[in-house]
Ligand binder design. Structure first.
Ligand code: HAM
Length: 415
């Protein structure tokens, strides 16, 4: 026997019981988002590496450490998409969607790839449902998206949800604040952890994420970006909060919320679930505004806002268990009349019934046992001319001509 091969670390096969649960997430997302005017978009599994380096940011963990990049054989570097916002904005520019009525509302349901350390809720290939609205800077779009994500997660039964909300302001407000924060960190350098000290210039905002107790004490007194926002950003954020309030979506303002992607401006948010344990994998869904991204990718100045939520994390937070398949309406058994049985099963399927057919060489007795195991409602033992049909729910048993089989089952199924 040859040596067996397993799926790569951090990836997983989705078996039928699990697939049924995913389908429920997909159906709920599709219904909710299409009902709110979002149209489905699909982008390629791989893109030019440059798209993510430019869009997500060369200094982010995703671009620095987590991308699956490869040479396409012609000297071009391609990357398995680690996220969906940059590809959607690339497609928006490529297809001239700025000519469409704004906002252009798009959603996706695709798999993504990140070379992360695999653990519960953190995979190297995972699925996201994502939604993006391009072309409007109205705070109502931010609020609409947050309300939709809240509805999706609660509707699917994700437990222990919390919504953290903040505003990062526009890029110019942030760069002034950055200088102030860097000066503050330098002034307190001796009290900071080595990691935080090492990235003061590169990524000062990440200091708010530190677990080190002394660093946390320093950061508790640090200047806050939210207190430094210009009045337009303050007004935008106030309206987002007001709209969430009227819809009854509870949130906590978290001035330390730093997202791991560079494109964010103004509103940022994260839904965490207490049921997912601590750490980064407690985040079920997250997003925010990215008013500069389309322009950065060569398009006209275009505001945008969106989110993505991990399908596997929703299923973990909703404590779902693999589901048994739905039972067949009809099980077709036979004691040698295999052609007649095959035709009867084909006809019944064509009429819309869920049908199973003996295909593993079982004896008639074995077939009847199998029909019971499958919990089929009707069992038909098909001969060359007629069939004996048992209604396992109603208890009746009757022999009918083959041509009558379907009509008989349909009649008996009617309530
Ligand atoms: P993100 O926070 O990197 O944002 O990912 C969004 C969600 O994807 C996470 O909250 C999590 O549920 C899921 N996720 C991320 N990485 C993994 C992983 N390794 N394994 C399992 N699930 C994972 C984005 O991707 C942005 N594009 C969101 C966005 C859309 N912002 C604006 N528009």
């Amino acid at each position: 026997m040859s040596q067996k091969l397993n799926a790569p670390r951090g990836t997983a096969d989705v078996l039928p019981g699990q697939a049924a649960l995913r389908l429920a997430v997909e159906d709920a997302a599709r219904e909710l988002l299409e009902g709110a005017g979002y149209g489905r978009i699909e982008t390629p599994t791989f893109e030019a590496t440059e798209l993510f380096a430019r869009g997500v940011g060369a200094g982010t963990d995703i671009v620095e450490k987590e991308m699956y990049s490869f040479d396409d054989g012609g000297g071009r570097s391609l990357t398995l998409r680690p996220e969906g916002t940059a590809p959607v904005c690339r497609a928006y520019v490529e297809h001239g969607m700025h000519k469409l009525a704004a906002p252009v509302k798009l959603y996706y349901l695709e798999s993504f790839f990140r070379a992360e350390r695999p653990q519960a809720g953190r995979y190297r290939q995972f699925w996201q449902v994502g939604a993006e609205a391009l072309g409007s800077d109205d705070p109502a779009v931010d609020a609409e998206l947050i309300v939709l994500l809240h509805r999706l997660l609660t509707g699917l039964g994700a437990g222990g949800l919390r919504l953290r909300l903040s505003s990062l302001g526009t890029a110019s407000a942030r760069s002034e604040y950055r200088e102030e924060l860097i000066a503050y960190l330098h002034a307190n350098e001796s009290r900071l952890s080595e990691t935080v000290r090492g990235r003061i210039e590169r990524n000062p905002l990440r200091a708010f994420d530190s677990d080190d107790p002394e660093t946390r004490r320093v950061m508790a007194a640090a200047p806050r970006l939210l207190d430094r926002l210009p009045s337009e950003d303050v007004a935008h954020f106030a309206l987002v909060r007001e709209l969430l309030d009227v819809c009854g979506v509870a949130y906590e303002i978290d001035t330390t919320l730093v997202r791991g992607l560079d494109y964010y401006t103004r509103t940022v948010f994260e839904f965490t679930s207490d049921d997912l344990g601590g750490g980064g994998q407690a985040t079920v869904g997250a997003g925010g505004r990215y008013d500069g991204l389309v322009e950065l990718l060569g398009g006209p100045p275009t505001p945008g806002v969106g989110w993505a939520t991990g399908v596997e994390r929703i299923l973990l937070a909703a404590h779902t268990e693999p589901q048994a398949p739905s039972p067949p309406d009809l099980y077709v058994a036979h004691d040698g009349a295999r052609v007649a049985a095959f035709k009867a099963a084909c006809d019944a399927r064509a009429a819309g019934l869920r049908v199973e057919l003996e295909q593993a060489g079982r004896s008639l007795k074995g077939q009847l046992k199998h029909a019971e195991r499958l919990n089929a409602r009707f069992v038909a033992v098909v001969g060359d001319r007629d069939a004996s049909v048992r209604d396992r729910l109603g208890g009746s048993e009757q022999t009918v001509a083959l041509g009558e089989l379907l009509a008989h089952v349909e009649r008996a199924r009617r309530p």
